[in-house]
Ligand binder design. Sequence first.
Ligand code: ADP
Length: 197
Amino acid sequence: MYAEATGLGDQISSKKYYTERLNLTIGPFRPMISPMKKALFPGSFDPPTNGHLNIISRAIDIFDEIHVVIAVNPHKSYSFSAEERHQMMEELCEPYENVSVHLWDKLIVDFAEKMGAKVLLRGVRALADFNYEFELSMLNRGLNSHIETLFMPTDPKYFVLRSSQIQELVRLGGDITTMVPEGIIERVTERFSRAPG
Ligand code: ADP
């Protein structure tokens, strides 16, 4: 149609000609391809819960790649070692093609820079989470203003779910089957049944 309107016939089929014309009229020609969108999903995952997996499974519809980043902080005590958390998350994320799992013991914005990711994804449950998450996002922005934090509200099913509550539930004999992914229930129950109360 363009060729007919301009009477340029075969010329229009030349990509070079078309690109040059475009550059003249609307500036440098950029192909309409969006850059790969990578998001980091950082956290302790101590242990992983269905709330974490819910955020990941929703985020893969939005981003091309999700990188789960397991925090390793030598000054913090965890119920599961870094390797155990890594192993569990790897197993749980295996069905997702574009999700990979990493361990990291430095600033998360440094990991984002290293990976060429611009987004830190955080799940938020209640408003109380938001206060903390908001401050954390300000801190990270102060450290590196090129990295954006995006918040994803929890699914109502996981509104009250926290990794830290699972230990107490197991100790009291509560049912954790709706909270913890099936593949790791045994490990979690075993670990917390033995843990001192
Ligand atoms: P927590 O011990 O609070 O579960 P993590 O550090 O393991 O915390 O959490 C990693 C990320 O997952 C955080 O952004 C956290 O807000 C989010 N998250 C944790 N549990 C849920 C949940 N039930 N629903 C939505 N997001 C969650």
